[in-house]
Design a protein around this ligand. Structure first.
Ligand code: NAP
Ligand code: L37
Length: 287
């Protein structure tokens, strides 16, 4: 649905601005299997929509200064509207990933991970910032349920820069009352039981049990975890942070893993890239 709309928008852009295409760069250091899989999904989605995506792959031996200087040159490249650094960095060198993500020009930061974009979101200035893809996808999934967020009690599990913290901000500025839980939270089951809307990004396989979940809640599961499973090809299976079979009996809506938040995360990266290109085109035509 989102992808179909973006494809049409890109076609419209190409018509209005002679062959123009939004440009995306995915910067990867090293060769992690999970990153390779996610990047291939991003490149495939971009190709389908008509976004010109480039995968820049650096060896494990790359130093922080080298990464920073490549980011600077991509920042200056006018045909690139979005730049993401795929985390975690898989380098043999000590690299400060905070410094690296913050080197991305805020107006190309389609992951929404720079301090500038995160700061805007935390203050509720959503109009001119980029929202991180996973929480943005979660909001889209919540919207698709038809359940309104305003006035509801939302519980977020996790406070990372990429999932939990921006999810908290988004729910708050969409007028939920938000509780954010983390590894030091006491009595997680009781907190979860208060949630009309529950978003989980903890990285703990099937941690949230169905018995904890409030009857009729909306449950959004960001977790991607691998459990050993002899019956599967490859010897493992993918599960979320929520125990789906039990939670599904209580929740009014619940997202599956795989096939839930993951694909929507990819769609939101495309959304942010197209939005970034529109902003540039509007600036160009208003001059
Ligand atoms: P992360 O950086 O490891 O953060 C995990 C968060 O969960 C931390 O805030 C941690 O608390 C909290 N936590 C850990 N164990 C907990 C527990 N037992 N009880 C309560 N809170 C607990 O992970 P992340 O990058 O946010 O990712 C979270 C999950 O989402 C992972 O499964 C990851 O694979 C998945 N993910 C999915 C997508 C997607 O597109 N679908 C994208 C990114 C990540 P502290 O802060 O106290 O340590
Ligand atoms: N933008 N995303 C961005 N920047 C980063 O630095 N780490 C990271 C990031 N994470 C990311 O790309 N996550 C992600 C996770 C899952 C999917 C896509 C992106 C996804 O589509 N998963 C599928 C398949 C899961 C599997 O088989 O492992 C799913 O259906 O959930």
């Amino acid at each position: 649905m989102v992808r179909e709309r973006l494809k049409n928008e890109v076609q419209k852009m190409q018509g209005e601005f002679l062959g123009f295409r939004p440009g995306l760069v995915v910067l990867q250091v090293g060769d992690r299997d999970d990153s390779n899989l996610y990047i291939s999904m991003k490149l495939k989605a971009a190709a389908e929509i008509g976004i010109n995506a480039n995968h820049v792959r650096l060896p494990k031996s790359t130093t922080e200064d080298e990464v920073l200087s490549i980011i600077t040159s991509i920042n200056e490249n006018l045909s690139v509207h979005g730049l993401i650094v795929q985390l975690p960095l898989d380098s043999l060198q000590p690299i400060n990933s905070e410094r690296v993500t913050n080197a991305v020009a805020p107006h190309k930061d389609v992951d929404g991970l720079t301090s500038v974009n995160a700061g805007k979101l935390s203050r509720g200035d959503m109009g001119d910032c980029f929202i991180p893809c996973t929480p943005n996808g979660c909001m889209e999934l919540i919207r698709q349920t038809g359940v309104s967020v305003a006035g509801k009690h939302a519980v977020v599990i996790g406070r990372s820069k990429i999932v939990g913290a921006p999810m908290h901000d988004l729910l708050l500025w969409n007028h939920a009352t938000v509780t954010t839980c983390h590894s030091k939270t006491r009595d997680l089951p009781t907190q979860v039981g208060r949630a009309d809307i529950l978003v989980v990004g903890a990285g703990r396989a099937e941690m949230v049990r169905g018995e904890w979940v409030k009857e009729g809640a909306v449950v959004i599961d960001c977790g991607i975890n691998h459990l050993p499973d002899e019956t599967r090809a490859g010897g493992k299976r993918v599960v979320g942070d929520v125990h789906y079979p039990s939670a599904q009996q209580r929740a009014a809506f619940i997202t599956p893993v795989p096939g839930g938040v993951g694909p929507m995360t990819v769609a939101m990266l495309m959304e942010n890239t197209v939005q970034s290109a529109w902003r540039l085109l509007k600036k160009r035509t208003s001059r």
